[in-house]
Design a protein around this ligand. Structure first.
Ligand code: SF4
Ligand code: SF4
Length: 435
């Protein structure tokens, strides 16, 4: 084991971490609900193709949606029961997605993946692909693809930063399931044929840091509590000193970054033959009666999760899927748990700003705080003017959507949403051949 401090980077902000609300609650397994609504799109890339029909009986762990392309991912049932419906509807994030709706029969009949014949790299990667494992840090990029990089690598970096305020499920996993994470890390390192393994953990999680110091073959790096330390580029810099150039990927600087929950999923798929059919998440905020860290069946309605945590406590003004910085506010509660969900945060009026935005006063605070050294006010200005070409010139596509700019904006400009929209418009223009 080696233990050292990570490098600091110049940009980044300090946000109240609010982790005391939930960090001492062990992960509980929430009973599966009566009905699950499992989205066929829980990853980047094309939605999975349903391979079950209405009326079919399915078991927990049964494949119900088949990956439709290289960056798509398989989808598995989280309960045993009957397929009631396969239909498209608009969810609480305003996305129109296709769902497989399954009525839980309560029998919990389960089917496992076949036992692996060996632990060769190819076998591990194929198992990870088959089990529907995607990056559980939020990106949803298929893990098997990340494990077949274009360039030679020399290090695997595990992201234990969990820098988002309120979220504590990674911290709980690092303390409660250290050995399972370690096994997942070793299988992943074997798949990549790497011996150098680094785990970066923010300094505000001393229990998690302590848990990993017993492994001789891990480099444990204590990261400064600084937002967004968990972004891949900042984590790579802090743990190795390497800078990922604009437009480049981690493999371009010889590393692969994996998330804590992804490592648990790898362990379960390789050793226990279980596909990924649940999410591990934090339910927190001053608006929830009993904050918790939970293991939840995929497709569980958010309303059921909130009820399991005792329901709303006081005037909730915003509910966020994910953390409050990078997560997305729900427009309604017609939302269902996905693989990549890390939290449901119920914010009261005291915890979030609900005032209307005013005009930009050109104070430049957003630029000063941007960890990617962008000028968010110009990207927003050009987006709102319909000038997507200039929005791109000002680096819209390099935005990591961390929310640091909006956090400190005195005019409360919705900078992140506008930059996200700008990115969508730029992508549209690219696919139409206009830019
Ligand atoms: S512009 Fe993007 S990367 Fe920069 S602070 Fe805002 S959200 Fe973060
Ligand atoms: S922080 Fe807000 S008000 Fe200041 S320059 Fe940026 S967008 Fe304008």
């Amino acid at each position: 084991m080696s233990l050292r401090k990570g490098k600091r980077y110049a940009y980044g902000i300090h946000v109240p971490d609010m982790k005391d609300l939930s960090k001492n609650y062990p992960i509980e397994e929430m009973p599966a609900p009566k009905t699950v609504y499992i989205a066929l799109s829980q990853h980047i890339g094309a939605p999975a193709t349903p391979i079950v029909n209405v009326g079919d009986h399915v078991k927990k762990g049964q494949l119900i949606g088949e990956a439709n392309g290289v960056v798509s991912a398989n989808i598995f049932s989280s309960v045993s029961g009957t397929v009631k419906e396969i239909s498209e509807f608009v969810n609480g994030l305003g996305q129109k997605l296709k769902y497989v709706v399954i009525e839980n029969d309560g029998k919990n009949e389960e089917v496992l993946l076949p036992k692996l014949p060996d632990l060769e790299p190819k076998t591990i990667i194929e198992r990870i692909r088959l089990a529907g494992i995607v990056g559980l840090g939020g990106a949803g990029f298929p893990t098997a693809v990340k494990l077949t990089p274009k360039n030679p690598l020399d290090a695997l970096i595990i992201n234990g930063a969990e820098c988002e305020p309120y979220l504590t499920c990674d911290q709980r996993l690092m303390v409660e399931r250290t050995e399972d994470i370690y096994k997942g890390i070793k299988y992943t390192a074997a798949a990549l044929n790497l011996s150098r393994i680094i785990i970066g953990i923010e300094a505000n999680k001393p229990d998690a840091i302590e848990a990993f110091t017993k492994y001789e073959d891990l480099e444990v790096v204590i990261l400064k509590k600084q937002y967004p330390m968990g972004s891949e580029k900042h984590l790579i810099y802090s743990t190795t000193g390497r800078k990922v150039p604009v437009g480049k990927m981690p493999f371009d600087v010889g590393v692969c970054v994996q998330n804590i929950k992804t490592m648990i999923a790898v362990y379960e798929a390789v050793e226990l033959n279980k596909p990924l059919n649940h999410a591990i998440m934090t339910v927190s905020g001053n608006g929830i009666s009993h904050p918790k860290n939970l293991k939840v069946a995929l497709g569980t309605p958010f309303t059921d999760v909130i009820a399991f945590c005792g329901g709303e406590r006081e005037n909730v003004v915003k509910i966020v899927a994910g953390g409050p910085m990078m997560g997305r506010a729900l427009v309604n509660l017609n939302q269902f748990v996905r693989k990549t969900d890390s939290g449901i945060i119920l914010l009261t009026g005291k915890e979030t700003n609900t005032q209307k935005p005013t005009n930009c006063i050109n104070c430049s605070k957003c630029a000063q705080n941007c960890p990617m050294r962008l000028m968010p006010m110009y990207i927003e200005f050009y987006y709102l003017s319909g000038d997507y070409e200039n929005a791109e010139k000002y680096g819209a596509m390099n935005c990591i959507e961390c929310g640091s700019c909006a956090f400190n904006c005195p005019a409360r400009r919705p900078l992140v949403q506008n930059i996200q929209n700008a990115k969508m418009k730029i992508k549209e223009a690219r696919s139409n051949g206009k830019q």
